[in-house]
Design a protein around this ligand. Sequence first.
Ligand code: NAI
Length: 408
Amino acid sequence: MSDTSFPRHRIRITLLENVHPSAADALTERGYAVEVIPRALEGRELAEVVAASHVLGVRSRTKLREEALAHAGKMLAIGCFSVGTDQVAIRDAAQRGIPVFNAPHASTRSVAELTMGAMIALARRLGDKSNALHHRHWDKTLAGAHEVRGRTVGLIGYGHIGQQVGLLAEAFGMRVLFHDIVRKLPLGLARPIADVDELIEQSDFVSLHVPETPRTLAMIGAPQLTRMRRGSYLLNLSRGKVVDVEALRAALANGHLGGAALDVFPAEPTPTVAEFDVGFADLPNVILTPHVGGNTEEAQRAIGLEVAHALSEFIDRGSTEGAVNFPQVNPPSMPETHRILNIHQNVPGVLAAVNNIVSDVGANIEAQQLATTRDIGYLVMDVNRELSDEVHTRISALPMNVRTRILY
Ligand code: NAI
């Protein structure tokens, strides 16, 4: 399979599922031909769009599995305008030479703000007070209402979101502790705690900001909940399976915990709107939200811009920085050179083979970068003279070639 380079206005980008208009605007401004289809697609309709597009942008409802990707003959890249990439068969895409980009951190601030909101709502029992008044019940008692100032928040996972929560919490006058498996520079006055149990024991609020991994599955279960201070609160705006929900329900029902805020659940409905019983409805001071931590206009706009930027950097320069399924190469722009992008099966001898073809036509290599994953390799080579179609044809004919593009 091979691709030749052609002008931006001939690069056809299709954006599905109401991707935020910031993406279409940014890509149109760069000069690509952008088509917007507001719906999710499947079956034959999806296959046709896959076959016709150089770049496809999806949110979470369009599933790009092997059957759909089989039509991706001319596809250069896929953009997931979302945090996750479960909707795409990313390994299959990589084997076809298609990098997949997403926006893992565009909603960071939105999640951090909701976490702070939930912390205050828990400390003031706002969920219950609001529910009561919705049912015409005026309850002005102050029992169990506190300020967050001076209280301790323990962050488990001190990545993008955890760090933002730490900064915001500190601005509220809270003491911030964090635990992470990776050594992290503390921001502000935050204090790292190596032992997660110690963090749990010292915190009034335990807030989870870890990814779902084999190690984080049910990492908060009965033993950890028992260690939490009596009357303390648990917040989970990360992934549902990080908490053993049965154990949490028990710790809330027996009054050991003062409350919990849950934005994520072990199994969540797929449609945006659905009937769903999370099973905490009967428990006091439990704030329940339907996985809306990152659902803000600002986050959607930022996702649109972040993915659009990554896609155009790949199309125009060959950068795969941030791709979830691809070797990472971010070559600087080299004036006065011509660039070969070669995606190949990860077998020995590719570099020598491409070098030979290039030196046969008398071109000098100015720079080259090669990165590999288990299955594929990605070579970016800058040479000092314009390359003919013959070079493209010869590289594309190499047995290990997956895709080759020659840029400028
Ligand atoms: P990140 O990758 O920037 O940070 C995660 C941190 O957790 C890293 O520092 C990592 O070293 C640490 N970590 C991993 N395993 C750990 C363990 N076993 N113990 C302690 N620390 C561990 O991720 P980010 O962007 O901060 O996201 C955090 C979580 O929030 C993720 O689960 C993400 O899926 C979720 N999220 C939820 C959203 C929502 O709508 N509620 C929206 C966006 C993200």
